[in-house]
Design a protein. Structure first.
Ligand code: AMP
Length: 187
């Protein structure tokens, strides 16, 4: 099972990815989590990415493409994976297509999680209280939503052309979203 979870910040991609990891026994590949670990460990990658992430901007395609390409080669990804937060630009999606082609594998589905922007701002601000994420402030979350609309939302059309998109209402309670995702994959 090779999946992409696509949706704006706060739509619940991370929450659903963690549930699907348990259900399908495949790893979650979150570029955001990998970058946050790099920051915590103060690696050169983390040091380079921190300021960009704190402002809510996207780190360069080269950096995230490299992270994902390397991660996809790990043994635990052989049975499948759930990409969460990658790709985020058409350039990244094209790079991913190239990686998958080189590895001789294909995506099974792209789950588009829809969500209302106003609700998202509230959700992310709530998350900030627990997560300690510097990029969860109201100003930065609005910027991340704008970047989503501009750079990432076009991926829905990109993957629709490949016949991969399944749309799920991300505003439902968590277990209903999970059920909708599982149902969409099974169809
Ligand atoms: P996330 O945890 O997915 O919301 O990502 C948090 C931040 O990490 C984003 O706002 C970006 O600064 C950075 N980031 C994560 N994934 C990507 C990506 N695929 N491309 C560029 N930047 C990313």
């Amino acid at each position: 099972m090779r999946l992409i979870l696509l949706g704006p910040p706060g739509a619940g991609k991370g929450t659903q990815a963690k549930i699907l990891v348990e259900a399908f026994g495949i790893p979650q590949l979150s570029t955001g989590d990998i970058l946050r670990s790099a920051i915590a460990e103060q690696t050169p990658l983390g040091i380079a990415a921190k300021e960009i992430m704190d402002r809510g901007d996207l780190v360069s395609n080269d950096i995230v493409n490299g992270i994902v390409s390397e991660r996809l080669d790990a043994e635990d990804c052989a049975p499948g994976f759930i990409l969460d937060g990658f790709p985020r630009t058409i350039g990244q999606a094209e790079a991913l297509d190239g990686m998958l082609r080189d590895k001789g594998i294909k995506l099974d589905a792209v789950i588009e999680m829809t969500a209302d922007a106003d609700v998202l701002v509230g959700r992310v601000i709530n998350r900030a209280k627990e997560s300690n994420r510097p990029d969860d402030s109201p100003e930065v979350i609005r910027k991340r939503l704008d970047i989503y609309k501009q750079d990432t939302a076009p991926l829905v059309e990109y993957y629709r052309k490949q016949g991969l998109v399944k749309t799920v209402d991300g505003m439902q309670p968590v277990d209903q979203v999970t059920a909708a995702i599982k149902g969409a994959i099974a169809r």
